[in-house]
Design a protein around this ligand. Structure first.
Ligand SMILES: [Fe+2]
Length: 364
């Protein structure tokens, strides 16, 4: 049994913020569940979170709209993020993406599963992959009904120049098993595998390294679910025992606590433990994502921060139409934020000084 149970979230850098909101909520049918900011560094950037109907870890795709800095796609990066859809649904997505003039590769297959890879406007790559065993509750919008909507992650596809050391990291340090090779794809699975328990390595030996820092159009990291702060501390100990001594300290990300470790081959791997209250800790579970929220340590600088962010409009259909599903699953039904729990294992954060902006426009 692995210490980590599956994927917690995937984080990428988009380009424009409104473009990101519009594409992910309207064309891809995700639920925007959180508007906040990147907690590190000197500049204010949005941190936007998207998920399935129940805001479940394992469906949470987070973006830093970073249009000021172009990224360089390449190896050593999360290249694409795959979401499960029901068997047969790729036919809908083929037509839907074509209708919206989204660049896509048509229906392909790996490990016997049909999938379509397509491009976010920033150049980020996304996939829908058929897996009827996934019954997590999808979010729906007008054009995307429950029978074809996404349920959550199947898993990321990471490009690497060499397989062995990256595979060894996932197997020895994180408890994955190698379960197959299909052409250039190498599949690693956790705890029986399948949806949300799969990482695919794509062997691209001649592909130059992509950028490791923040930059538009590139994946940044995958986060695995370590359950608790105790799990994070244990995972940090496992990394160090095996010689991966560059694991970070535990960081407070408000909605979860995190450690980060760059694995051989270049992929940044986070382990995360959801904080008390999760995404409902600071706003009602039926109103997630409707306004910009800042952690307590940034709140007094809200006006300054707002001037540095691109104004965005949240589409009307992001308002909840799945209240029944939300009420069943969230930790704080009725919308009362749970009490914040301090990180107990030495959390730290950098002091941020905002001296510039990403959007280049004043909030009206
Ligand atoms: Fe993360």
């Amino acid at each position: 049994m692995s210490l980590v149970s599956g994927i917690h979230h995937v984080t990428v850098c988009a380009s424009g913020a409104q473009e990101d909101v519009d594409f992910l909520t309207q064309v891809f049918g995700q639920r925007l569940i959180k508007q906040t900011i990147l907690f590190d560094g000197r500049y204010a950037h949005y941190h936007l979170y998207y998920s399935n109907a129940n805001a479940e870890p394992g469906s949470v795709y987070t973006t830093f709209p970073y249009k000021r800095v172009p990224g360089r796609p390449g190896s050593g990066q999360i290249q694409s993020t795959a979401y499960t859809v029901k068997k047969g649904a790729t036919k809908f997505w083929d037509e839907h993406l074509t209708h919206h003039k989204v660049k896509h590769g048509g229906i392909q297959e790996r490990f016997g599963q049909k999938f379509i890879r397509f491009s976010h406007p920033s150049g980020l790559q996304l996939e829908v992959i058929e897996d009827s065993a996934d019954d997590r509750k999808p979010w729906t919008v007008g054009e995307i009904s429950a029978d074809v909507a996404t349920h959550g992650f199947h898993g990321p596809v990471a490009s690497v120049r060499e397989i062995p050391e990256t595979e060894r990291f996932f197997v020895e340090a994180l408890g994955f098993k190698k379960t197959g090779v299909d052409g250039a794809y190498h599949r690693l699975e956790l705890n029986g595998g399948g949806a949300n328990k799969t990482v695919v390595l794509l062997h691209e030996p001649d592909r130059p390294s992509g950028s490791w820092g923040f930059g538009a159009g590139c994946g940044h990291h995958v986060a695995l679910d370590a359950g608790t702060d105790k799990g994070l501390a244990e995972q940090k100990g496992i990394y160090e025992e095996l010689g991966y001594t560059d694991c970070s300290e535990i960081k407070d990300r408000e909605y979860f606590h995190s450690i980060y470790c760059r694995c051989p081959g270049g992929i940044l791997v986070e382990c995360a433990a959801t904080a008390a209250g999760g995404f409902s800790r600071d706003e009602p579970s039926d109103a997630l994502g409707h306004k910009l929220l800042l952690p307590p340590w940034f709140e007094e600088r809200r006006a300054e921060i707002m001037t540095m962010l691109e104004p965005i409009t949240i589409p009307e259909n992001n308002f909840p139409v799945h209240l029944e599903a939300v009420a069943v699953k969230t930790a704080t039904p009725g919308g009362t934020p749970a009490a914040a729990e301090p990180v107990s294992t030495g959390a730290s954060r950098r002091q941020a000084v905002f001296i510039g902006g990403d959007g280049g426009q004043k909030k009206q």
